[in-house]
Ligand binder design. Structure first.
Ligand code: ATP
Ligand code: MG
Length: 635
């Protein structure tokens, strides 16, 4: 391919609204172009990489007998209503109505009515396809003899993300591989889960990126389990904790925190109300330092203070779930109070799962202040007299982090601005409270799985996820099969996603330097960048054209920079930016000595070879690079 004909415009300057390296480099290298927030065109170079990655995915899934199909991206509301997700999915689901529904709205308006347009939405753009695939399988598969079945597609998805950003990493429109499997029982679904887990290890291993499978949150659905696959990169949005003594690696949303020994706090006191007064001080650390009495002239240790969060569960959950530790359901308010040690952070996902809620929100500050009667920083689990909190305490669940089980003499917000109680003993003072693991585990914590190692922290980009779904969709949508006795059962399902476009961006996040991208060979848009340094010189042009033909004949993908009127320096800069693994340079000076130069993008090592030996040298370099990749990848 001649670069003079390629649709590409490179930029010297980093675009101002690009926040991460992959986004900056893909824009500078002329690979992507923004059409709207989170919606991009993939220009020819990017699309080549994307398609190469898709092929790797297809090959590896093919080895496991998965079948490819393609479902629509515009989906009817009815299917989503059947599964119940039409109500629960939230605003990421872009909903709209077709012309028939619009005509009906217009008709009603003409009759003087004011119809709610949203109730006429009858389609959405597919963010994921459990409903559609379940509909396909229930209509086409009847017998256990047809199972198991694993179906996948590679398709454009749409999610109306709250904050689309980072280019292809968090788009609103993006390409996903989504696969779904159907089984006669749990055991077979488990077998397939691990088959897909291993297929994902092969897929990301072939890319040559550093990645880790991590245990992840599966939400509140009991009996399900899931792993995410993360490419490790400093810019990753997810925090991962990995034990240095065993295999346990998990998303910090889910990481089990060890139960810490309770520090020595001396004899157990009575609760001393309003004992500490720290007017105007709201920070946890500053407050602890200011909690001074005769026995604590230096203030309190942070680990002896407690902090308090007020969460709110949705009405749907409040009406259907018993509130833990309180009588009946969340009758009056849907509030949940969470108490933690002052130096710990709350993990909202753990709280959410404990409650069986599918959404959980922090109570807004004004509302929380009105409820407790105190400013932020002085709220606590013991209601102040005459407050609304005191009136409804019996229906507010109080959850306490397990590290405070057995703790005594803690401080807590007094629900009176500027004051803290002292002497809190959660077991004694918080009637009906539930102890559980509710905090974020942190780097350095001892791993509760092996009891020996410590957690190390990494940042990761979630590029894939395998999920055992169980019968959630097959039950709600009636996707059943007949066993060998003619008995009907719901199929057991799994689902498996890979963010195709996000993975390509993540590979760049891990492979770049100050000059540009350093493509891993398997997804480089082209493998060899052939530079004619003086294309005006007939000999240079002739040798370059010949080498291009020979390389292509040998199966290499070559971009030939044949552009005229450009200095070698400018061509080098572009080549570094585009970052193909090998650069072959043909110039007047070299040819005088009878050589061309081959440069490795990653190591910057240069070798001089005769033009007729160029193909053999490129092949040797490829073999070396692929060997390095095999040892580097899959870690
Ligand atoms: P995230 O937590 O990052 O929002 P998710 O867990 O909601 O992702 P899944 O439903 O598991 O995403 O989708 C499968 C894969 O699709 C993800 O592992 C990720 O690689 C990719 N993906 C999800 N959302 C986006 C997005 N907005 N832009 C690009 N890729 C995405
Ligand atoms: Mg996911």
């Amino acid at each position: 391919m001649k670069q003079s004909k390629l649709l590409i415009q490179t930029l010297r300057e980093t675009p101002r609204d690009a926040d991460v390296v992959s986004q900056q480099l893909m824009i500078r290298a002329g690979m992507i172009q923004k059409a709207a927030a989170g919606i991009y065109s993939y220009l020819p170079l990017a699309y080549r990489s994307i398609r190469k990655f898709e092929e790797i995915v297809r090959e590896e899934l093919g080895r496991d007998g998965c079948q490819e199909l393609l479902m629509p991206s515009v989906l009817p509301a009815e299917l989503w209503q059947e599964s119940g997700r039409w109500t629960f999915y939230g605003d990421e689901l872009l909903r709209f109505c077709d012309r028939k529904a619009k005509a009906e709205i217009a008709e009603r308006r003409a009759r003087g009515e004011t119809p709610d347009e949203r109730s006429f939405y009858n389609f959405c753009l597919g963010p994921t396809h459990e409903e559609v695939i379940t509909d396909i399988v229930r209509k086409n598969v009847r017998s256990y003899k047809q199972l198991p079945m694993n179906l996948f597609q590679i398709q454009t998805k749409f999610r109306d993300e709250r904050r689309p950003r980072f280019g292809l990493m968090r788009g609103r429109e993006f390409t996903m591989k989504d696969g779904y499997s159907f089984h006669v029982d749990d055991a077979d679904a488990d077998r397939e889960y691990w088959a897909m887990f291993n297929a994902y290890k092969r897929i990301f291993g072939r890319l040559g990126v550093k990645f880790r499978p991590v245990e992840a949150d599966s939400g509140a659905i009991g009996g399900s389990f899931t792993h995410e696959f993360h490419v490790l990169a400093g810019s990753g949005e997810d925090a991962i904790l990995s034990c240095d003594g065993c295999e346990y690696t998990s998303n910090s949303e889910k990481t089990e925190a060890p139960q810490l020994p309770v520090g020595s706090c001396g004899d157990r006191f009575e609760l001393k109300r309003d004992h500490f007064c720290t007017p105007g001080v709201v920070g946890q650390v500053e407050q602890a330092a200011g909690m001074i009495d005769t026995e604590h002239p230096q203030g309190m240790a942070l680990a002896q203070t407690s902090k308090f969060y007020l969460f709110q569960v949705s009405t749907a959950i409040a009406e259907t779930h018993p509130a833990p530790g309180v009588e009946g359901t969340y009758s009056d308010v849907h509030y949940v109070g969470v108490v933690l040690r002052g130096d710990h952070e709350v993990n909202p996902v753990k709280v959410k799962n404990l409650l069986g809620a599918n959404a959980l929100d922090m109570v807004e500050i004004n509302e929380a202040e009105a409820f407790t009667g105190a400013k932020s920083g002085f709220m606590g689990p013991i209601p102040g007299e005459g407050t609304r909190f005191a009136n409804v305490r019996a229906s507010v669940a109080i959850l306490v982090d397990q590290s405070l089980k057995g703790a005594v003499n803690l401080t807590c917000g007094a629900n009176r601005t500027d004051y803290h109680h002292f002497g809190l003993d959660p077991e004694r003072d918080l009637k009906g409270c539930i102890f559980a693991d509710l905090r974020m585990a942190q780097e350095g914590d001892t791993c509760p799985r092996c009891g020996k190692g410590r957690y190390q922290a990494f940042r990761g980009i979630e590029v894939g996820q395998v999920f055992k779904l169980g019968t959630k969709y097959s039950k709600s949508m009636g996707c059943t099969f007949l066993d060998d006795q003619g008995q009907e059962h719901p199929m057991v399902m799994g689902c498996y996603g890979i963010g195709i476009t996000r993975t390509v961006a993540a590979a760049i996040e891990q492979n770049y330097d100050a000059d540009g991208i350093i493509w891993p060979w398997p997804i480089a848009p082209y493998q060899v960048h052939l530079l004619s340094l003086d294309p005006g010189n007939a000999e240079v042009a002739a040798v370059a054209d010949r080498v291009e033909r020979e390389l292509e004949a040998a199966g290499f993908e070559v971009l030939h920079d044949d552009r005229e009127g450009m200095s070698p320096g400018a061509k080098f800069k572009d080549a570094d930016l585009l970052g193909f693994p090998l650069r072959l340079m043909v110039g007047t000076k070299g040819l005088k000595d009878g050589v061309v130069e081959l440069r490795d993008r990653r190591t910057k090592a240069v070798v001089k070879v005769k033009p007729e030996a160029a193909v053999a040298e490129v092949a040797a370099a490829r073999d070396r690079i692929m060997q390095e990749l095999e040892t580097a990848g899959g870690r």
